[in-house]
Write a protein that binds this ligand. Structure first.
Ligand code: ZN
Length: 415
């Protein structure tokens, strides 16, 4: 069974940021597996179709910049990159589908040149994007060491595939419990149970890396991210979530420190305003209402087809398991790193039910009104869970749970 279906001829793919497509009948697909394992083949007219998993800034340890050469059978340090992009090949089998592209901040236009504006825009080249690469070279280099990830090399820029019109569909791409090498997975229709919810300021400054992996396993936030440019006007508060995942096939696993800017934006109305900081929210007690609404929205999505999640796993990484922060991680359940999470179907609630941080905070800081006027204020408000005066923690959950049904009734009870 094919995990990913896409047009038989790469000429049928459509791209963002350009009207041209690949001429019909001249190009064919090539997989990472073929580039890695077969005898050299001509790839001049080959297209590698891949999905962006994550970006990472290169660390400062010598090993962080070492590349293993298949030809010389030796490892060398390279100063030609300061970031990496991890890609999942859509034509390779699960478990051996993952590769690295090295990126140089000083020459970043080259790789993104076919649609440079999408490097820094929402829904551009961030995690989850599908890219088409023409003429990839046979794999000759591995990241770090011989058993590291294959390093993909190509000249010319990646094309950003327009998923909506290119007829690309996914079914679950499972992770493998026997493959030691880092590999990517995709699960569709999973149920998510929140274990821990926090809000925090991320140091991610743009839209490219999506603030993924910005919280280290020791709980500290990384001081800078792999984004190339600062995107103006984006808020810096993101949800920091630990959760359990249950797949429709019955597998379950834990996800820690999911800090996605786009996921935060998905469930909040206009995100977190850049003028607000976490201390203000907590001081006002607005955090309880925000968490309660978040939990409820996630439950709504669970009940309406669940979530699709994309990410990676590397079995045998000790810190992942040992830093489980109080969560019980069974030895058979390796922690997965999720880099993108979306509702499997359209969101099961209208945009006025998105978490309205600004409104919740305004209401939480408003002095408690006398009973009569509170009721009047209540009637004029259509989306009013957040209009309640500060609630004690225990009642916040009740208020949140009921707010899709009849908000005004519940509010009256509290006033
Ligand atoms: Zn970033």
């Amino acid at each position: 069974m094919s995990r990913v279906t896409c047009p038989a001829d790469p000429g049928e793919l459509r791209f963002l940021g350009e009207s041209a497509s690949i001429p019909q009948g001249v190009a064919s697909y090539v997989s990472l597996k073929e580039l890695e394992e077969s005898e050299p083949i001509s790839t001049a007219l080959s297209i590698l179709l891949a999905q962006v998993i994550t970006y990472r800034k290169t660390g400062t340890k010598p090993n962080d910049k070492s590349l293993y050469s298949r030809v010389s059978q030796s490892t060398k340090q390279s100063n030609n990159f300061d970031r990496t992009m991890t890609l999942m090949c859509l034509k390779s089998p699960p478990g051996s589908n993952t590769m690295i592209v090295t990126l140089d901040g000083r020459k970043s236009d080259e790789v993104f040149s076919q649609c440079l504006s999408a490097r820094d825009s929402k829904d551009g080249f961030g995690p989850g994007a599908i890219v088409a690469i023409r003429g990839p070279e046979m794999i000759s280099t591995y990241f770090g060491e011989k058993s590291g990830l294959p390093v993909l090399q190509f000249t010319g820029g990646m094309k950003l595939v327009n998923k909506a019109v290119s007829r690309i569909t996914f079914s679950t791409i499972p992770s493998s419990s026997t493959v030691k090498r880092m590999h990517a997975f995709f699960y569709e229709g999973v149920k998510v149970t929140l274990r821990q919810m926090n809000m925090a300021m991320t140091n991610c400054c743009g839209n490219l890396c999506d603030s993924i992996d910005m919280k280290s396993s020791d709980g500290t936030w990384k001081s800078s991210c792999p984004c190339f440019v600062v995107s103006k006007g984006i808020g810096s508060i993101v949800f920091d979530l630990n959760f359990s995942v249950e797949t429709p096939q019955g597998a379950s696993f834990e996800v820690l420190r999911f800090t996605s800017r786009s996921f935060t934006g998905l469930l909040t109305r206009n995100g977190f305003p850049s003028s607000i900081n976490v201390e203000q929210i907590e001081k006002a007690g607005a955090d309880y209402l925000i968490y309660s609404q978040l939990e409820q929205r996630i439950q709504n999505i669970n009940d309406n087809g669940g979530f699709d999640i994309l990410g990676w796993i590397r079995i045998g990484l000790k810190n992942d398991v040992s830093s489980a922060e109080g969560l019980k991680v069974r030895s058979s359940d390796m922690v997965r790193h999720v880099t993108r999470m979306r509702a499997h179907n359209a969101l099961p609630f209208s945009t006025n039910k998105l978490i309205n941080v600004e409104e919740i905070l305004t209401e939480a800081t408003r002095p408690t009104l006398p009973v009569a006027s509170a009721k009047t204020a209540d009637k004029s408000n259509l989306d009013d869970t957040s209009k309640q005066p500060s609630l004690p923690a225990a009642s916040a959950e009740r208020a949140g749970k009921s707010n899709l049904d009849d908000d005004s009734k519940e509010t009256a009870e509290f006033v």
